[in-house]
Design a binder for this molecule. Structure first.
Ligand code: FES
Ligand SMILES: [Fe+2]
Length: 344
């Protein structure tokens, strides 16, 4: 079960260059994504309404796509505009199209009621279009439900055990960190964690040599159905980051978006950005490689967790105090699904 009336990330804008016909399953629906000659992104059902051939195996013609089975041509609204060898075109001959927008180098799709789609509701990660911030966009495919990934992100204490040697740097992280009370948002939550007088984690030590001991902060915002925004930073010890003094610190901006492919598989889009002025590309690459190493640590645990849960669907998940944020997120998702069902 998924929230339908909401924006999901369908892809990175670079995936649609050079006339690509991108096939992607989202919320169990097969979608074709492409950029027409007018540069506007199109999302439509990846199934020809004639005999069901995949339109992603078709041919881009201007703003239209031609099914390469019997040659029907569809415009960017999904309407059939040409049937080779036939004069009249029944108006019912059309494939479903979806509202789609490009915002912040990401392609966003609306899977629900078209009338409710509002571009202003897209949760933009503004650093993607800010020239001072740099990073390499990434994609991973997960064999797990998207909520197992959002659960993971909602409790960053897991860095102590899952990412000890990569992103966390210390099993003491949980005991030593402090956090602000969770701010409950209508669509998610926000909180900041501090880890004072800590070691620089391995992924930053690769390119920052002048700060042996640091005060670390992580400000996490998560929004349903599956968006994670992180401001993360490291300051010289004792500068007073808790009071907002960021002087002399190095910081990062991270965005992760989880889009359900099916109940048990997920598209995972991410970027980890820095604003260093020297060695920009090397740092982008180093960060990308380090974070990916960390993400594979998450993936190994979460995909196995999905297998374990699949083996016994009646198994009751339990909560501990650290699960307050993930419980809140799941509650918001459930409320929205209930509301959509009631309205339907
Ligand atoms: S299946 Fe597409 S034209 Fe026949
Ligand atoms: Fe993780």
């Amino acid at each position: 079960m998924f929230i339908k009336n909401t924006w999901y990330v369908a892809g990175w804008d670079y995936e649609l260059i050079d006339g690509a016909l991108l096939a992607r399953t989202i919320l169990n629906e097969k979608i074709l994504l492409y950029k027409g000659a007018d540069n506007a992104v199109v999302a439509m059902e990846d199934r020809c309404c004639h005999r069901g051939a995949a339109l992603s195996q078709g041919r881009l013609e201007g703003n239209c796509v031609r099914c390469m089975y019997h040659g029907l041509l569809f415009d960017n609204t999904g309407a059939c505009v040409e049937i080779p060898g036939q004069e009249s075109i029944p108006p019912s001959l059309k494939v479903r199209s979806y509202p789609v927008e490009t915002v912040g180098r990401l392609v966003w799709i609306w899977m629900g009621d078209k009338a409710l789609a509002n571009k202003a509701d897209i949760p933009e990660f503004e650093y993607l279009t800010n020239p001072e911030w740099h990073g390499m966009p990434g994609y991973m495919h997960y064999k797990s439900n998207y909520q197992l990934i959002t659960d993971n992100l909602a409790d960053i204490n897991h860095i102590a055990y899952v990412h000890t040697n990569t992103l966390g740097g210390s099993e003491n992280y949980i005991a030593e960190q402090t956090q602000t009370p969770m701010e409950r948002l209508e669509n998610g939550f926000k909180l900041t964690k501090y880890h004072l007088n800590s070691d620089l984690p391995p992924f930053v030590r690769k390119f920052v040599k002048h700060m042996p001991k640091v005060d670390r902060w992580n400000t996490v915002k998560m929004l349903v159905p599956g968006f994670f925004f992180l401001e993360s930073g490291f300051s010289p010890v004792g500068n007073g980051i808790e009071k907002g003094n960021r002087e002399g610190s190095i910081s990062f901006r991270n965005f992760q978006a989880m889009t359900p492919e099916s109940e048990t598989t997920t598209h995972f889009f991410w970027v980890y950005m820095h604003n260093q002025r020297e060695d920009v590309d090397q740092i982008s690459r180093s960060l990308s490689a380090s974070i990916l190493e960390g993400f594979y640590e998450d993936k190994a645990i979460i995909e196995k967790q999905q297998e374990v849960l699949d083996a016994d669907p009646a198994f009751p998940l339990r909560a501990i105090a650290a699960d307050a944020a993930l419980s809140h997120l799941r509650w918001v998702v459930d409320q929205k699904i209930k509301k959509e069902r009631a309205a339907a």
